[in-house]
Design a protein around this ligand. Sequence first.
Ligand SMILES: NC(=O)c1ccc[n+]([C@@H]2O[C@H](COP(=O)([O-])OP(=O)(O)OC[C@H]3O[C@@H](n4cnc5c(N)ncnc54)[C@H](O)[C@@H]3O)[C@@H](O)[C@H]2O)c1
Length: 438
Amino acid sequence: MDISIFGLGYVGAVSLACLARDGHTVIGVDIEPAKLDLIRRGRTPVVEEGMVELMEMAVASGRVGVTDDVRAALLASEVSLVCVGTPSAPNGSQDQSAMLRLTQQLGEALKDKPAPHDVVFRSTLVPGTVEDVLRPIVERASGKQDGVDFHLCFQPEFLREGSSIRDYDNPPFTVVGANAAVPVEKLRQLFGHLPCEFYATSIRSAEMVKYCCNNFHALKITFANETARLCEALGVDAFEVMDLVCKDRQLNISPVYLKPGFAFGGSCLPKDLRATMHLAKQRDVELPMHAGIMASNRQHIEHAIEKIMASGKRRVGMIGLSFKTGTDDLRESPLVLLAEHCIGKGLAVLVYDPEVHLSNLLGANRRFIEQHVPHLGQLMRRDIAEVIAACDLLVVGLNDAATVATLRQHARPDQLVLDLVGIGGPDGMRAECMGLCW
Ligand SMILES: NC(=O)c1ccc[n+]([C@@H]2O[C@H](COP(=O)([O-])OP(=O)(O)OC[C@H]3O[C@@H](n4cnc5c(N)ncnc54)[C@H](O)[C@@H]3O)[C@@H](O)[C@H]2O)c1
């Protein structure tokens, strides 16, 4: 395939060398003449393991060209990979100036290209950039239409400096955000042979995935380091602890707890986090990330409260009350806090939870309810259909199959559903998103 690459930094230079190695004809473009000169001489513009030999071999193959002429490069290729830098601006926003300038030039060049063309943005871009910012620029400059005369798409890059060639050849996955099959198929031709899953998604999701992955990596590092600081103060071997933590592939290193939904609660997580923070305070260890967890969890509850109040509905049906589906444990259940708030604001509340039998509640469980929702008995209904019929807002905190099926069957089109647990948006239900599914 004839490919043009714009921006010959770590991402662009490694991509250029690897694509040429794989038999493609690649033309690289950069505004820095020194980089172009180095590549022309078969040298690498970035220091990366294996790049000296790879670039030498790629250039010797005769399949690599370089230029500072955007138009010539675009006209000589059928697909363009855009890899220019998107650094931080002083206020933390993304500095897209290089991207905006280049996109304008790409649009002007597309004006003169009769054949179809695909532009693949590989630089990290804040969600919405391709569709809301770059597409209008290209369409205006070219006088042509995305999806008709050319295709814009986004493919996040996951290589890491220091191991970039290995990462290029073994990415965790390939994610292509596109609005049409044509660019997806083109990128499948280019990257489909890699030993990983290939996912096609929306452009916005692909843009967000890149941020989410990097933020998750930063979170993991910080989690391990905060744990290590506490371990050090306690005389515990942090390496041993984190090694063991990572051996749990069921709950720790797994998709469990990574599905967006409602706040956590229950008898363990809140109390153990509080004890951890107390321990750290006693030892003068600062754990800002851990400290932020409870505040963030509280914020999630506030967010749900705001949605309920903003709905303007006065008759609220709580489908689920315990802290998770399949238990009657009400201690520190965020759903109890929601119910308490709604009652306090004078809303009419009815509750359905098949696991919660007030007469059976004992000990701390009973005390928690007596403290937060003392008249719960009057609000509870044994029949979910009765709650659905009587309420105009359903707050869904249960996701078992029977409940979901009943909701689908009985919910009315005029009812608002605040879906806290990701049951999705059943037909005919006006489900409000709580940072989850669909
Ligand atoms: N470095 C990484 O490990 C890595 C990994 C994944 C994603 N990314 C993302 O990829 C993008 C590129 O990162 P990088 O580290 O390769 O950046 P870089 O700064 O090393 O390289 C960017 C290149 O773009 C060139 N450039 C700027 N304006 C240009 C223009 N108008 N036309 C042509 N070239 C132009 C610059 O001269 C430079 O050589 C960024 O958005 C980054 O966030 C980087």
